[in-house]
Write a protein that binds this ligand. Structure first.
Ligand code: RB5
Length: 146
C-alpha cells in the first residue's frame, strides 16, 4: 500500500517511529516532511499529505502534529478526506471498520512509540465493514456538497 505521511515540528520523532512500523507492514512510504526542528504550520502539511490521497497517488495518509488535533481539523476540511485522530487501538479499528477513514492523525506530544505502533498496525490492517456503515459514510461525504 502507498502511504503519504507528514508532520509538523511537534511530531518529528514520532513520524520516524511510525515510518518504521509502516515499513514493517510493507508500505511504500512517501514522506512529505517536515524534516527539521524548524517551526512549520500544520495546515500546510495536512494539505500536502491529503493531496496525495485525494489524487490517488497514495491510498492512505498519516498526519502528525503536537496533539494531532490541529492537523486532523485541517485534513477534514479537504474534500474527500476522512481523517481520524486516534490515541488507542480501539478507535483506530473503528475508524477503519465503521468510518472508512482514509487518513490517520496522531499526536507526537501525546503518544509514545509503542502505543502509536499499536494504533498504526490496527489502522492499516482493519478493513471497512461496509453495509450500514457505507450508508453513513455516504451521508458524511454528501455534507461536502451542502
Ligand atoms: C505546534 O506548536 C502545535 O500547535 C501543533 O503541533 C499542534 O499541536 C496543533 O494542534
Amino acid at each position: 500500500m502507498k502511504i503519504a505521511i507528514g508532520c509538523d515540528h511537534g511530531a518529528l520523532a514520532l513520524k520516524e517511529s511510525v515510518k518504521k512500523v509502516l515499513a514493517e507492514l510493507g508500505a511504500e512510504i512517501n514522506d512529505l516532511g517536515t524534516f527539521t526542528e524548524g517551526s512549520v504550520d500544520y495546515p500546510d502539511i495536512a494539505e500536502k499529505v491529503c493531496a496525495e490521497v485525494t489524487s490517488g497517488r497514495a491510498e492512505r495518509g498519516v498526519v502528525l502534529c503536537g496533539t494531532g488535533i490541529g492537523i486532523s481539523i485541517a485534513a477534514n476540511k479537504i474534500r474527500g478526506i476522512r481523517c481520524a485522530l486516534c490515541s488507542e487501538a480501539y478507535s483506530a479499528r473503528m475508524a477503519r471498520a465503521h468510518n472508512d477513514a482514509n487518513v490517520l492523525a496522531l499526536g507526537g506530544r501525546v503518544l509514545g512509540p509503542e502505543l502509536a505502533g499499536d494504533v498504526v498496525r490496527t489502522f492499516f490492517t482493519q478493513d471497512f465493514e461496509g453495509g450500514r456503515h457505507a450508508r453513513r459514510v455516504g451521508k458524511i461525504m454528501a455534507l461536502e456538497n451542502k
